[in-house]
Design a protein around this ligand. Structure first.
Ligand code: SAH
Length: 222
């Protein structure tokens, strides 16, 4: 039996702090969420490795560092309403649920959504709600949001997300080609948006009306 608490502490000390993650609340949340319970049965011993891992259906759980960067860019204080696109394993959502008041997470693959919803229930993450659907449409019935985080790669920034942000709200989104992207933080201001580039990254494709076509977005099965 691995000492997962120790592995989490090492993950924070070796992968997050040296690369510049500073937000104490983010570091604390990542030291708390049991990542090994989100990676599926095949990989618990690799859960805290410095990489993304396959979670089935050709999808991945993001590298811990990428989860930390994206979460930090949302600039959460604790009272926010957040929208996540791409529920996947639920790990990113679980981290967010410790840092915001409410999290809505949209997943297009129903089998993944149902499995992860059950996982949130079992591990008692009670302020996170899973919705099945095309997340490129956002979630108009719950808008506006203080933060929107997109954990799949978009060909461009869908306007839906800007519309569904509060003024002062932050959108964190990887944008680029199918196989390499740049992570952006987009802030909605009273007069429009400001955009700043963060770090290069590689995500699975955001597939939907304002994302990639399924046919354009073929990838090898894991
Ligand atoms: N945040 C996840 C990682 C997700 S991987 C985690 O912590 O594990 C990206 C996920 O986005 C996949 O599950 C994929 O099915 C989903 N996805 C892709 N396009 C989507 C869309 N238009 N709407 C909702 N989910 C989408």
């Amino acid at each position: 039996m691995e000492d997962f608490k120790k592995l989490r502490e090492l993950m924070v000390e070796q992968q997050l702090i040296p690369r510049g993650i500073k937000d104490e609340r983010v570091l604390k949340a990542m030291e708390t969420v049991p990542r090994h319970l989100f990676v599926g049965d095949a990989f618990p011993e690799r859960a805290y490795d410095d990489c993304a891992l396959p979670i089935g259906e050709g999808q991945t759980i993001s590298q811990p560092y990428m989860v930390a960067v994206m979460t930090e860019l949302l600039e959460l204080k604790g009272d926010e309403k957040v929208l996540e696109i791409g529920t996947g394993s639920g790990y990113q959502g679980a981290v967010l649920s410790l840092l915001a008041a409410e999290v809505f997470t949209v997943e297009r693959i129903e089998t993944i959504a149902l499995k992860t919803q059950e996982r949130f229930r079992r591990f008692k993450y009670t302020n996170i709600y899973v919705v099945v659907g095309d997340g490129t449409l956002g979630l108009p019935e719950q808008a506006p949001f203080d933060g929107i985080i997109v954990t799949a790669a978009a060909p461009q920034i869908p306007d839906t997300y800007i519309k569904q942000l509060k003024v002062g709200g932050r959108l964190v989104i990887p944008v680029g080609s199918r196989f390499s992207q740049m992570l952006y933080q987009v802030r909605k201001t009273p007069s429009g948006i400001t955009t700043s580039a963060s770090t290069p990254c590689v995500f699975v494709p955001l597939i939907g009306k304002y994302g990639w076509d399924e046919t354009e977005a073929q990838y090898p099965a894991y």
